[in-house]
Write a new protein. Structure first.
Length: 289
């Protein structure tokens, strides 16, 4: 499947996605859910939804193949069912608090059923890997897996595989991986975007102030879901933090002109933490990789 699908064309049509509470004010009859399940003013045809639905299923199958999710399931039959039966632990209350704030405009995750699935996966993982437990940001990672129409158990094992291959060191106590990769990003800026590196250096801007949000949530708060999917393609494809570094540099290059106009550090950090819709187009992102 991977060899027959162009890697550069996972998703060709732009989809705007945001968490604005303004959508809750739109009358129900004027709202629909796009093919990723997010609330949006009515504009999509059934054919568009079906086309992108099928394309998304292909993408998810590729992710699972690359992460070798099937081997986890085969080697651990019934383990997930046992994990979700375990008693609540020290992370349970924090998880319950976070799940209500995870993609609140999504048709599944707005429901009790969807929030229960999200809770089950996160609590099960906190029991499965006690070195990680639960950390804020993981709810959005799992949210993407559920939004992608994985079954609850498949999403759990995909999370395990993703953690083991890429990002576990971001969430363990001390967050050594997060600090390491943030420093690597800053050092890489010196050659990849030297003007911006100089700008950050002169102002003593600490990249951890925005990379902590980017890395822990795997860029899931970007307003363009089309771009989020392209970013995840790279994260899954690349080894370790290489994909995250590549993605981060591309975003910084795309928004560099705006950042260099900022009058103070707070404006820079705020812009990067809450990237405005349209600030990084998919075409621009791909051209800067």
């Amino acid at each position: 499947l991977w060899n027959t699908m162009p890697k550069e064309n996972f998703l060709q049509y732009p989809i705007n996605w945001n968490f604005s509470e303004e959508l809750d004010l739109i009358p129900e009859q004027e709202v629909e859910y796009n093919f990723y399940g997010f609330m949006t003013p009515k504009m999509l045809t059934g054919a568009q939804i079906d086309s992108h639905h099928n394309q998304n299923l292909q993408r998810i199958q590729i992710w699972q193949n690359l992460l070798n999710v099937g081997s986890y399931e085969q080697n651990n039959p019934l383990l997930y069912q046992r994990l979700i039966q375990e008693n609540d632990n020290e992370f349970s209350e924090l998880i319950k608090l976070d799940i209500t704030r995870t993609f609140p405009t999504h048709k599944l995750l707005r429901t009790k059923e969807g929030q229960q699935k999200l809770y089950n996966i996160l609590k099960a993982f906190s029991c499965y890997d006690k070195n990680v437990g639960y950390c804020q940001g993981m709810c959005f990672v799992v949210g993407v897996l559920l939004i992608s129409e994985m079954t609850e158990e498949k999403a759990f094992w995909t999370l395990v595989a993703l953690m083991n291959k890429h990002i576990k060191s971001y969430y363990v106590e001390g967050m050594d991986g997060l600090t390491r990769d943030s420093l690597v990003l800053f050092d890489s800026m010196k050659t990849e975007c030297p003007k911006l590196w100089q700008f950050f250096s002169e102002r003593s801007i600490n990249v951890l102030l925005f990379t902590s949000k980017w890395f822990l949530s795997l860029f899931t708060d970007i307003a363009d879901w089309n771009l989020v999917m392209a970013i995840w393609d790279i994260i899954v494809l690349e080894e370790g933090g290489d994909g995250i570094l590549k993605v981060s540099l591309a975003i910084l290059k795309a928004v560099e002109p705006m950042l260099l106009k900022a009058e103070d550090n707070g404006e820079v950090i705020s812009y990067l933490i809450n990237l405005p819709e349209g600030s990084v187009s998919l075409d621009t992102f791909r051209s800067l990789l």
